[in-house]
Design a protein around this ligand. Sequence first.
Ligand code: NOJ
Length: 714
Amino acid sequence: MKKWNDSPKIQELLSRMTLQEKIGQLNQRNICAYDEHVEEIKQEVREGKIGSLLFSGSAIPENGGMEAFDLDFTRELQEAAMESRLKIPLLLGRDVIHGFETIFPIPLMMAASFDDRLIEECYSALAAEAGNAGVRWAFAPMLDLSRDPRWGRVIEGPGEDPLLGSRYAASAVRGFQGGSPAQEGRLLACAKHFIGYGASEGGRDYHHTEISDYALQNQYLPAFRAAVRAGVGSVMASFNELSGQPVTGSRRLLTEVLREQLGFDGFVVSDWGGVEQLEAQGVAENGADCARLALQAGVDMDMADQCFARHLEAEVMAGRVSMEEIDRAVERVLQAKLRAGLFRQPVRETVNIDRVKHRALARRIAGESMVLLKNDRNLLPLSKKGRVVLTGCMAQNRDSLMGAWTPDGSADSVITIEEGIRAVAPELELFTESCTLLSDMTAVMEQADTVILALGESARASGEFHCLADISLPEDQAALALRARRLGKKVVGLLCFGRPIALGDTISLFDAVLYAGHAGCEAGMAAAELLFGDRNPSGHLSMTLPRSVGQLPLYYNAAPSGRPVNGYYTECRNYIDESGSPLYPFGYGLSYTSFQVEKARLEKETLSLAELSAGEKAVLHVWVSNTGERDGDTVLQLYLRDPAASMARPLRELKAYERRTLSAGETAEFVFRLGLEELGYYLPDGLLTLEKGEIQLFAGFDAWAEECAKLRIV
Ligand code: NOJ
């Protein structure tokens, strides 16, 4: 990775800056185009008191779109910066999470495509669209590993698995930043939230997190390791207190782990108000303490609360903060500005946006990420010439299909489920009725033998501080399914929820279920293409689907318990009143065709630690057949288990996967290469290790994959 800190430009600037100007670079303020403080903020920019602006408001779903801004507004702001004594451009940041003008599926669903290249293309599209509005820094990707779908922010990240999260991280960073964030149509990315925020207790946002160093290294850090390797330019510190230390004030996490272990060399921004919050979190007595603690921990830029701006100067004067500490943070912020090309081009020309291409991408990824959970007697795909009833609260909905965190999108751009079905199957006799009183529904449902129930939840049921205590299928929606079932209809559930929900026994009310998620602007088209067979389902769950809320948290890569032996994600560890197994495991997803692992072969069944340390890899060949009558995409997944190591390792760990199209009847060979990093694990202190012994390998299409080979490490 290129080092920027030796840049003469930065050293020269630093040597000319006053302490106040330096602190200004560390100060990020929030701005809205309609804000009454715009002129006041511009004046502060001219005085060198602000280094970055954040166009916010997007955290609150109800605020979506309120604070519209455009290139002209961002130009005015940069002009103010150019009037400052040192002419240091502003870094303009925005929450570009999964959509700008074009709204892609929520990240949890994009991850379910297991399609790294496509994910990268989607983020490139986002970067170009946001860049044209003057945004130079995106507060994404969110890489919080999450195991509790009650947490509203599960929608923003890639789910429960460290490998899927890592590959998602690399794709998103490459998509945003390209070869360099200074290039046309690219942005500086921000890996967030570092670290452990997704473990908030009980799925309650902002709550305490308790994570052992071992889990931190092996579960929570991998996605950030991958983002750092992909060259991510910035990292956002998380709000949470982790095992007694709020992350924003933790030198151990922000400096020793993030910089010294992971090798991150960009800059760290706090989350909104995260610096000032250290007082309420119980580790600081006042604002000055908060500012000092955060800076010395490794926060370089203070988001929104102006705690640095208010207190750092006095802290330096009092000798509690050194000039070196200030300079180090300022250097990192200036390096990022240099890297983002801001000194050369504070305002960029717009690039041509191919909106048709972006929508095609949105449709493709929506289609690839929807998960077929159930398809009794091959009810799906439906005939385009039959009679079908479509009802349910999501049938004609637009805004919720966009998902949370879409402040720049417009619901008008969303194709509804009904519109999608009419476009894909124009000859279908389609009877639609929006969900009204149950008593009215009998007459509606009597019009056809097949009923599609488009069910789901509002985009406001998820996102920041929008958590749910109950994630089961809402009662009125379950009642609708029951009515259809009692009327003897064939019931297709199209589930447009922003998170995994607990379907419990209600699953039996459906003959077929397509888990569509909040799928973005092309949701209706993508769902219709799948329901009517223009496209073959291929999404695989990025999070375990529990049966009931009481099972949470439930995830596949749990530690072994020993009582009973090999009790893996199964009935073995049950409650008295609930099973220990999920309804559908991580990685699960059906197709209209079927796939089978034929055989697997390791090139070498024994490898020595010395060979692996020298870079050699275990090479596994797996042959997979499409045993059905349709072409289709499969996602072959490779899991491992290390049954005896110095530290107990999970019962399954996803170590490789590949998505590939197989024609009907075709058998294809997949080759997976596992080196030290894939086979080994991290000790609590961050050291990668691998020990002698046997490693079991499992190949298949979800976390219940069967054993296919054994590797002996000597
Ligand atoms: C708070 C959120 O936690 C973070 O993800 C977001 O980027 C900032 N607010 C800015 O909106």
